[in-house]
Design a protein around this ligand. Structure first.
Ligand SMILES: *Cc1c(COP(=O)(O)O)cnc(C)c1O
Length: 226
């Protein structure tokens, strides 16, 4: 299958899942995750109409963005674990940061603001029992959201999570949905739910995901990290 065929097949499945869930497919944003692939893939995707792209490593994101400056309508989503000392580089290269999982990182992204610009961010929630995975605990997520609301160079858009491997994604996404609902009480504009990958985007749509992060089903298998 060609890239174009894989993209349209996934978009058909997204639209079908949305309709089955009683949702408008137009309310769902499909981000194509291009990590480990060459910058040319982003160029090929843009030629197919893709404007939302996700990367999970700062150096790779920074390098691709520099290679692709002419693609000025692509929005770059940073979805990886972020080191605090890379916050300035992440901020420079990202339009949206999905992985704000601690107050120190939020503060570092805020301090890295170099003009009047506002960076869209999501609070990442860890749905696993493994504290080593990215994300704040469910219990801390609201306090983190409140902290972000106090940083004027960040705009809290919602929440993000990766489903655990060893659990039905539907039940994990239900916990994410519950925390998203609680955060919306203190931040009515934080309406985004970033959830759903190649293996679980249908369940994510059922649980109310607004932003899907889909990689291999569209791009094909990822090359080795090198
Ligand atoms: C790689 C990655 C994805 C996409 O994964 P696929 O299974 O290839 O769709 C989504 N979210 C995050 C955080 C990732 O690192």
């Amino acid at each position: 299958m060609t890239l174009a065929a894989r993209l349209s097949a996934i978009d058909d499945r997204i639209a079908e899942a949305a309709r089955r869930a009683g949702r408008d497919p137009g309310d769902i944003t499909r981000i194509v995750v291009t990590k480990f692939h060459p910058a040319q893939l982003v160029r090929d995707l843009r030629a197919l109409g893709v404007t939302e792209v996700g990367e999970n490593r700062q150096q790779e994101l920074t390098a691709k963005r520099a290679d692709l400056v002419d693609l000025d309508d692509v929005r770059w989503h940073f979805i990886g674990q972020a080191q605090t000392n890379k916050a300035a580089a992440i901020r420079r290269a990202s339009d949206v940061v999905h992985s704000v999982d601690r107050t120190r990182l939020a503060d570092a992204l805020h301090r890295a603001a170099d003009d009047d610009g506002v960076l869209d961010v999501l609070v990442q929630v860890n749905l696993t029992e493994d504290a080593g995975r990215g994300g704040s605990t469910l219990a801390d997520a609201e306090a983190l959201a409140e902290h972000v609301l106090g940083l004027e160079s960040l705009r809290l858009r919602g929440v993000m999570a990766v489903a655990p491997l060893d659990e039905d994604p539907a039940s994990a996404f239900a916990r994410l949905r519950a925390v998203a609902d609680r955060i919306r009480v203190i931040a009515p504009e934080a309406t985004w739910i970033s959830a759903g990958m190649t293996g679980d985007f249908v369940q994510a749509i059922d649980a109310g995901a607004t932003h899907l992060r889909i990689g291999s089903a569209i791009t094909g298998p990822r090359p080795d990290r090198g």
